[in-house]
Design a protein around this ligand. Structure first.
Ligand code: PLP
Length: 477
């Protein structure tokens, strides 16, 4: 058949729109999207026919259009299993929220709320009113406000208290976290001149004292979240710095990064500075994140002296950095959990996951190993292994928590098998993200709370072409 005759036999858009399955597809995706998908499928069909293929049937074009609608209809922001071993993984969305926080956020999404409305007086209120007394109770601070994230908190504080003036920072604390947040760049954007003091490994009290002049706006202390300077080192603690700052009449700002509202050693974790300690040591302003160890939604807290926070609140930038009602509701509910620290490890997912014992996780690994082995049909060997989980997001950078997991090792050596397996795991209905380590794909099970859901989801791996079929093609039925 010549190609023109074949082209004429390709179904038309109208014909396809009137075919039996069309109504259901239009119901799901809407007519404009469906028509567009049909046009693309038809364009592809015409190109195929010109290359010598037979004209497609109505069913084939419909199936192609439906497949493309389904592929693009899914959000690319997908829930997944975080088996990387990093509990607060920035790329995977950090903290999982507590049940109470989810309920509060959902209610705030569904109904009008007293966001900036005082129910007692019937007059206008402030968003910070809902949070102030709670956060002050938990930290010992005089006043508090909250913004989009901790990067915003640092930016706003620097701009409000040292805009057009100098901020003094130790060379040992000029941090970069995750690429985009570099202290010198944030300072520049805040309109603050950075005055570096000391050296990378040693900064003395006299270095700070000598740097203070008429143009000094503040002293900034930064928690070195994601590294430690070890060996021949000297840093000036917040208490001593607070004394220096006070004697010169300038504020000490302490960026804790993660920070925590409770003593983590009570949960068997390493010591991380608490916000209460930072305030008690004399920091005038303390900044910290909402979605790191605190275990809430993304947010940045600014707590400390009332007069300074009043200045910060008057900065027009504050309006651009404020949080919405949904996050505020989730934050308040999360903070409420801290009023009962004994039950935190049960009610706050971040704490619950971080405190799971190795024995508990190992038992889970023993239960899951045969199921995972079965799903992988002999292409990989599955071993229960001990591993170390990290907290992540710059909290306790050097300390890990003993954990357990499954190490999946290809049974035949092939360079690409691990990468193929990792890719297949990412294509599961609920993607599974592990880490490749020393020739194996390791799945740290610390964050698997829904074990049956995990097992059912993992069984789907049998549908993919990873090693499995290669082994089968090699001759085994
Ligand atoms: C994480 C961190 C920040 C930034 O906090 P985000 O909430 O990610 O914006 C700032 N300073 C320090 C020391 C940090 O560890």
């Amino acid at each position: 058949m010549d190609s023109n005759a074949s082209l004429r036999r390709i179904p038309s858009v109208d014909q396809l729109l009137q075919s039996a399955p069309a109504a259901g597809i239009i119901e799901r995706f809407g007519r404009p999207a469906f028509t567009e998908a049909l046009r693309s499928a038809l364009a592809q069909a015409r190109a195929d026919v010109r290359n010598g293929h037979n004209p497609p049937s109505v069913e084939t074009v419909m199936a192609a259009a439906l497949a493309s609608l389904e592929a693009t209809g899914n959000s690319s922001l997908r829930p997944l299993f975080n088996l990387t071993g990093t509990v607060l993984h920035t790329n995977l969305g950090r903290a999982l929220l507590a049940h109470a926080a989810i309920e509060a956020a959902t209610a705030a999404m569904r109904e009008a709320v007293s966001l900036e409305f005082d129910l007692d007086s019937g007059k206008r209120g402030e968003r910070d009113d809902h949070l102030r007394s709670l956060i002050c109770e938990l930290t010992g601070a005089e006043e508090a406000t909250v913004v989009n994230n901790n990067a915003a908190a640092v930016l706003l504080v620097l701009n409000s208290l040292a805009g057009g003036r100098e901020a003094i920072v130790s060379r040992g604390e000029l941090i970069e976290i995750g690429g985009a947040f570099r202290m010198p760049d944030i300072m520049a954007r805040a309109g603050t001149r950075l005055v570096e003091v000391g050296t990378t490994n040693r900064t003395h009290a006299r270095d700070y004292r000598d740097a203070i002049g008429l143009d000094t706006g503040l002293i900034l202390k930064v928690h070195t979240s994601n590294y430690r300077v070890e060996g021949f080192t000297k840093e000036v603690g917040a208490r001593e710095l607070a004394g220096i700052a006070r004697s010169k009449g300038i504020p000490l700002v302490n960026d804790l990064g993660s920070g925590t509202l409770t003593d983590l050693t009570r949960f068997g974790l390493a010591q991380e500075p608490t916000v209460r300690e930072a305030i008690a040591e004399g920091s005038d302003i303390v900044t910290f994140s909402g979605d790191k160890l605190l275990g809430g939604p993304q947010a940045g807290f600014i707590v400390g002296r009332r007069s300074l926070i009043e200045t910060i609140n008057k900065n027009p930038m504050k309006r651009a950095l404020r949080v919405d009602k949904i996050r505020l509701a989730a934050l308040i509910a999360t903070l409420h959990l801290y009023r009962d620290p004994a039950r935190l490890s049960e009610r706050l997912p971040t704490m619950r996951l971080l405190t799971r014992s190795q024995g508990d996780i190992d038992a889970q690994a023993q239960r899951l190993a045969p199921l995972v082995q079965h799903a992988l049909a002999g292409a990989f060997s599955v071993a229960v292994v001990a591993c170390e989980s990290q907290i992540g997001s710059g909290a306790l950078p050097l300390s890990t928590v003993p954990s357990a997991g499954l190490a999946l090792t290809p049974t035949e050596s092939s360079g690409s098998m691990l990468a193929e397996l990792a890719a297949a795991l990412r294509r599961l209905p609920m993607p599974v993200i592990g880490r490749i380590e020393r020739g194996a794909l390791v799945l740290d099970l610390r964050c698997v709370e829904n074990e049956t859901g995990f097992a059912a989801n993992f069984a789907g791996i049998a549908n993919f072409d990873v090693g499995v079929t290669r082994v089968n093609k090699a001759g085994e039925p």
